[in-house]
Design a protein around this ligand. Sequence first.
Ligand code: PGA
Length: 259
Amino acid sequence: MSIEREDDMRKPLVAANWKMHHTQASASAYLRRLVELVPDDPPLELVIFPPATALHIAKAELAGTKIYFGAQNAHPDPKGAFTGEISILQVADLGARFLLCGHSERRLLFHEDDEFVAAKVRAAIKWGLVPILCVGEKLSDRQAGRTWSVVQQQLVASLTGIELKNPAQLVIAYEPVWAIGTGVPALPADVQDMARRIRGWLRQTLGDWAEEIRIQYGGSVTPENARDFLQLPDIDGALVGGASLDPETFWVIAQAGVR
Ligand code: PGA
């Protein structure tokens, strides 16, 4: 595809979603290697999402670097009787700068509904974290021609009435559910089409800031295909799962986002 980027106002953001992987020792070894690989002043934003059990390791290993970390999950209430949960205040206290909201694994496996996702987005902003709002259709939606209506409904449900102080306070990740962890990524042309529609919706809702809000692609991103997504005009980064579990591979992917 020969679509060239024109702008540079959205710094690419490439994120590693470790999901339920890495122990304390392997998290520490990963982050030390990543810090060796990445220049002191990286040409793009890098964010690591360790499991909650390694957030303190990320805090220690990434201190003094320009590599950020975030939480894969947090309860929107700052405290309360929620056995087993970790609160937005607690992850903010650990230094998390980002929060994944609405990831399809949380929606489908842990039954998080739109209302709860919306509460997380609001809580993240309130406590000074940047929510990465994941949206995306299931295969059955795509086959039924409902791709945009499903994504639009997720945007409406999570972002209506949202108040931002600046456009860096929100990131959207377009992640088709059928592409996550399957080795079958979406087609770049389809991803660009969805990202353009998402940006159009953001423009209607948030005005000119839509041009500055970053939209990532996620779903089976690898070193081989990263450039096809990361250089699309309306895509400003990637949310990487499986291929982010090794620091060298993750850094190769991230570099495909440099422009
Ligand atoms: P994947 O996961 O890269 O393994 O497909 C992406 C994600 O879940 O965000």
